[in-house]
Design a protein. Structure first.
Length: 287
């Protein structure tokens, strides 16, 4: 019996190691996040652009509008692209630097969350859609929900504007080095991650209830081109089926009340937020 158990354990170990070996061959050798501003008349949508031809675009959206963080100027496009070979990534770095049709760009090396974990996260979110116990709660005024009031005009333009289709919120987050627990008192040893998780526990339930999902999620490794402030800790691009749906989420009383933990766990000036229109190829449910 002991010999059979040992063989079974060894067999499972071999399967597990084989699974990780296969998975390692499927993960990209390098991934990059790029903010691009094109020269006048040179904009070609990322899904059609030869600039990204040796990579696999994981997400692309256009006309990003900044909503929080240090003002880093206007952009035409934001792209997450994966490369199977390091040589292809290095060629991309050389090509984008030499591209005359690009006025300026910021480039960050990133590490996307493994696909199976992203699928699991969105599977959990879908499970909240029919959960009758989840109620976004009452609505608060937009002014009460906006953390960075320097961008109040952009928020109002988003909610009052003509565009009403699906949007993706780009959350580029830096953790607070010395977080102060807003409810635990001075003796609390809550970490920045723990404080943010208090917010996320409430926000993700509302997000799932409203039909939102995660487009891409991962960590920022380093800034290749751009200011040091782009060296965020994590990025999370979140899709909402419409502007109206996002407004319900953004102004939901329970979510806004939980923002006290979100703000305590993040470095506000070191983080940034944008909303962007996703290309059809990266819009869930689009034909």
């Amino acid at each position: 019996m002991k010999r059979w158990t040992l063989r079974l354990a060894l067999g499972l170990l071999v399967v597990l190691l084989a699974g990780y070996a296969i998975r390692s061959t499927l993960l990209p050798a390098q991934s990059a996040a790029v903010f691009v501003q094109y020269a006048e008349g040179a904009w070609q949508p990322a899904p059609e652009s030869p600039l990204f031809e040796n990579g696999q675009i994981e997400f692309a959206g256009f006309e990003p509008i900044q909503l929080a963080g240090e003002d880093l100027g206007a952009w035409d496009e934001v792209v997450i692209v994966n490369f199977d070979r390091t040589a292809d990534y290095e060629e991309f770095v050389r090509r984008i630097a030499a591209e005359e049709g690009i006025a300026r760009y910021h480039l960050m090396e990133v590490a996307p969350q493994p696909p199976e974990l992203l699928h699991f996260t969105n599977w959990r979110l879908r499970g909240f859609r029919d959960d009758a116990s989840i109620d976004p709660g009452g609505k608060v005024p937009i002014e009460a929900a906006v953390a960075d009031t320097r961008y109040m005009a952009q928020w109002l333009n988003l909610f009052d504007g003509a565009y009403r289709d699906g949007i993706v919120m780009l959350n580029l987050l830096s953790r607070e080095d010395d977080p102060q627990d807003p409810t635990g008192g001075p003796d609390s040893d809550a970490t920045a991650e723990e404080l943010y998780d208090r917010y996320a526990e409430i926000a993700t339930r509302v997000l799932g209830k409203l039909g939102g999902q995660i487009s891409v999620l991962g960590a920022v490794d380093r800034v290749v081109v751009g200011p040091r402030i782009r060296n965020y800790d994590v990025y999370a691009f979140v899709f909402y089926p419409s502007v109206d749906v996002f407004e319900v989420m953004f102004t939901a009383k329970d979510r806004v009340a939980a923002q006290v933990h979100q703000r305590a766990g993040l470095n506000a000036e070191g983080s940034a937020g944008y909303w962007v229109k996703p290309y059809p190829e990266f819009t869930p449910g689009a034909p």
